[in-house]
Each structure stands twice: as structure tokens, then as C-alpha cells.
Design a protein around this ligand. Structure first.
Ligand SMILES: [Zn+2]
Length: 138
């Protein structure tokens, strides 16, 4: 029996630009035109000043591991084949935090404050997921 398909992210009009960019291997985030703060996850208005004047800007793709956990057992069935895998919160240089995976290294090598950079993994024919790997790694 093959593993069930991994769930795909929900897409709506305010997240569509993010997923379109990811499909092209680009990481973009929102920035408020009124208070200038960066925003992630995508929203329809600024969570700081409630302005609806929001633009999309390229993100550096560089950040540090804020916190993480290594999943070694009891993953949902679609993810069993990936174990062990790392679920992390990465804080980008822009200040926003992303829930993501750390890939491209042994899970035991991951540390808080480790420098990481974005990489892209195709989930299926419709989605590419931004993930993070140790900075400077292949
Ligand atoms: Zn704002």
C-alpha cells in the first residue's frame, strides 16, 4: 500500500502570489506600505496597523533557526517515509518567522540560531514548498 498524498496548502487570493512565487523558486513576503513592517504569513491587512495597503517584496531567504523539533515517530501517515524530519520556526533577516522544515542536513545537526537559507522542494505538480537548509550548503 502506498502512502497517502501529503496535504496541499489552501490557496486564496491573498496567498496566491506567495505560492506562485514559490513555484518559480522565489520567496516573497508582504510589507505594509503604511508602517513599513514585514508581514508573514500572508494576510489581507497589516496585523500591526490594520492598513490594507500591503505590497509583496522579495525576501532575502536568509535567516536563523528560532526553534525546532525532530519528528522521529508518530508522524501522520503521509509523512512516515520522511522520518526523522525537522519542523522548525525560522526567523528571516526581515524579522518575520516561518513554520517550515530544515532539510539538507542530519536532523541531529540542527541547532537554535543556526544560519539557514531558503531552498525549494516540489510537493506535487501544483506546489513548491519553501524550506530551509544550512546556510552555504549545497
Ligand atoms: Zn502596517
Amino acid at each position: 500500500m502506498s502512502a497517502p498524498e501529503k496535504p496541499a496548502p489552501p490557496v486564496n487570493y491573498w496567498t496566491k502570489p506567495y505560492w506562485n512565487a514559490a513555484n518559480e523558486g522565489k520567496l516573497i513576503i508582504q510589507r505594509c506600505l503604511d508602517c513599513q513592517k514585514h508581514i508573514f504569513y500572508p494576510r489581507i491587512c497589516c496585523p500591526f496597523c490594520f492598513s490594507d495597503r500591503i505590497e509583496w517584496v522579495p525576501a532575502s531567504g536568509k535567516g536563523r533557526v528560532y526553534t525546532y523539533t525532530v519528528v522521529r515517530s508518530n508522524a501522520p501517515s503521509a509523512f512516515i517515509g520522511d522520518m526523522p524530519f525537522v519542523i522548525a520556526i525560522v526567523r528571516l533577516e526581515e524579522g518575520v518567522q516561518m513554520l517550515t522544515n530544515i532539510v539538507g542536513c542530519d536532523p541531529d545537526e540542527v541547532r537554535c540560531e543556526m544560519p539557514v537559507e531558503v531552498t525549494f522542494e516540489r510537493l506535487n505538480e501544483n506546489f513548491v514548498l519553501p524550506k530551509f537548509k544550512p546556510a552555504g550548503s549545497e
